[in-house]
Design a protein around this ligand. Structure first.
Ligand SMILES: [Zn+2]
Length: 99
């Protein structure tokens, strides 16, 4: 695995037969996220925490948001021809030709 492999740290939410367990503390997810970033991972994510900045994809070079998400929706796309719209850094992934 290399630094371009996405890594998701998804919050456990107690439901159904696991109501006795607490949700994952957001601080735990943030610690894992920050650890991944500090080790050079380009695309870590915090999942299942609505509105968290860790839901977005950031350019590994200029650190600007290249894909902004709200829940399951993409609200902003700053990738053009597979590159960051701001600094032209290649963003790992397979992109539709129009983005
Ligand atoms: Zn950039």
């Amino acid at each position: 695995m290399g630094p371009d492999v996405p890594v998701h740290f998804t919050r456990f939410h107690p439901d159904y037969q696991l109501l006795n367990l607490p949700p994952t503390p957001v601080a735990t997810l943030e610690r894992a996220y920050n650890m991944a970033m500090s080790k050079g991972m380009h695309y870590p994510y915090v999942g299942n925490v609505a509105g968290h900045p860790g839901n977005h994809t950031y350019c590994p070079k200029c650190k600007k948001v290249v894909i902004e998400r709200q829940g399951f929706f993409v609200t902003q796309m700053n990738i053009k021809n597979g590159r960051c719209k701001f600094c032209r850094q290649k963003i790992a992934g397979v992109w539709a030709s129009r983005v």
